[in-house]
Ligand binder design. Structure first.
Ligand code: GLY
Ligand code: MN
Ligand code: MN
Length: 459
């Protein structure tokens, strides 16, 4: 294809596919193809993998929840459509109506002009090989036939079977497995996570580009809030400012519900009601992440709504900042995944002891009263992304997010003066593990108290 043709094709693709911006990049389909190939290489010789797209979920009446693709499926296909199943096989899937076999087969919706008029454009079976770089595509209507034909003679089926409770009917996967074992042959059922988790943990260049963009946009949201927050504003108004920055800068949506907790709510870890009116002197925890090209950031900043930290707020904030610095410094190749957690905890304990909040002989249990959560998780397509939680490796992306939360009940338990009540602080950043040490990806919004005060003062 010559250059002009290539750009015309990309333009038409943008018009018709209705997909996220990242697929517009001309080489994205090769990235997904390489991932599928890497997956197939790790499969057993006589095995088959079945990976399903996320279903559409009804919200109420005629309205569905905003569609979000299953992360595993997206990682392997780049396809943002429901009603699709990816089949991967080392020995090849026999394609009905031809004499060919394919290592990868995508079952998907066929184009339907009437449906497209209502719901938007679909890629369709005919265009999928070219647009997605998939080896073969067939209609989702053939799902049952292909599922049966691919497990025939296979010794292993890679398939995620969701947990089903004792009181629930068998889900479709279990039903299929049971019947196929009775009718055809026995086969082991293995969770594809064993292959996919290490792959998704190590971010490739394509993913890092998208993650960095999500992180940059999220930093802009934090800066916008720092520049405009005033006592008396409602938490939802701060949220609106953040999410305006997300959408305005090209993010598709939030990667998780925005946490905007002021005053007492700053001590509720996953608070996202966001309805309270802020008051002078409040601390506000803003834990947010824009989702861009399906990758999410996860960045927390804590600001004093009045623009200046009180002495006590600054003391607590500074301990958390020191703990975070220690956690980030510990995020090096080969260290245990828990190393940042341990380094941060030690600093929190030391800091609270120095401040006289914790006694010298206070144990881990007492520290956990102030910091009851872990300090790191992987980050990627999912905010709590998949990973092995072994030793840190090059191109892992993790968060480092210590905090101190002095709720009223904690303050009473430790008999703290009122000036410490309802101070919740979390500082969360996104870190890339490299051979040259930890790389702070989320550097766009300041972390140091003096810098936050400066931005809030409009300087
Ligand atoms: N936003 C949830 C978390 O920080 O893990
Ligand atoms: Mn987090
Ligand atoms: Mn977070």
């Amino acid at each position: 294809m010559n250059r002009i043709m290539k750009w015309v094709a990309i333009f038409l693709f943008c018009l018709t596919a209705g997909q996220t911006a990242e697929l517009f990049s001309a080489d994205a389909k090769e990235v997904y193809a390489a991932r599928r190939q890497a997956f197939v290489e790790k499969m057993g010789a006589n095995s088959v993998a079945i990976i399903k797209a996320a279903p559409e979920v009804n919200r109420n009446g005629d309205v569905d929840y905003f569609y979000r693709q299953n992360s595993d499926f997206y990682y392997l296909t780049g396809l943002d459509e429901p009603e699709a199943v990816l089949i991967l096989s080392k020995r090849g899937v026999f394609l009905r109506g031809s004499f060919q076999r394919a290592n990868e087969l995508l079952l998907m919706r066929e184009r339907n002009p009437h449906r497209e008029m209502w719901d938007g454009y679909m890629i369709g079976v005919e265009r999928a090989p070219d647009m997605l770089g998939i080896e073969a595509a067939r209609s989702i209507d053939e799902l049952e036939t292909y599922m049966t034909s691919v497990v025939r003679g296979a010794d292993t089926l890679y398939l995620k079977v969701e947990n089903v409770g004792f009181d629930q009917p068998l889900n479709a996967e279990l039903d299929f497995i049971k019947k196929a074992r009775q009718r055809l042959n026995d086969f082991a059922v293995v969770d594809p996570a064993g292959i996919l988790v290490p792959m998704r943990q190590k971010k490739d260049a394509h993913e890092l580009e998208l993650l960095k963009k999500a992180i940059e946009i999220t930093g802009k949201g934090h800066l916008d809030v720092m520049r405009t927050a005033k006592p008396g504003m409602y938490e939802y108004q701060l949220e609106a400012t953040l999410e305006h920055a997300f959408q305005y800068n090209g993010a598709e949506r939030e990667g998780f519900p925005s946490i905007v907790g002021s005053g007492p709510n700053s001590c509720i870890l996953h608070y996202n009601t966001n309805r309270r009116q802020t008051e002078k002197g409040d601390m506000v925890v803003l834990d947010i992440g824009a989702e861009y090209g399906m990758y999410t950031a996860d960045i927390t900043r804590t600001i004093p709504i009045s623009g200046k930290f009180t002495k006590e707020q600054k003391a607590i904030y500074s301990i958390v900042l020191e703990a975070q610095d220690a956690g980030i410094a510990a995020a090096v190749v080969g260290a245990s995944f828990r190393a940042p957690n341990m380094a941060a905890y030690a600093k929190i304990q030391e800091g609270l002891q120095k401040l006289g909040i914790l006694k010298e002989d206070a144990g881990r249990g007492a520290v956990r009263d102030f910091l009851p959560h872990g300090v790191s998780h992987y980050l990627g397509l999912d905010v709590h992304d998949v990973g092995t939680y072994g030793n840190l490796q090059v191109n892992d992306v993790i968060t480092v997010e210590p905090g101190i939360y002095i709720s009223e009940s904690v303050a009473k338990k430790y008999d703290l003066p009122k000036a410490y009540w309802n101070i919740g602080v979390r500082i969360e950043d996104d870190v890339l593990i490299t051979d040259n040490g930890p790389e702070l990806l989320s550097f766009h919004a300041p972390r140091k108290p003096e810098e936050i005060e400066k931005v809030m003062a409009g300087k």
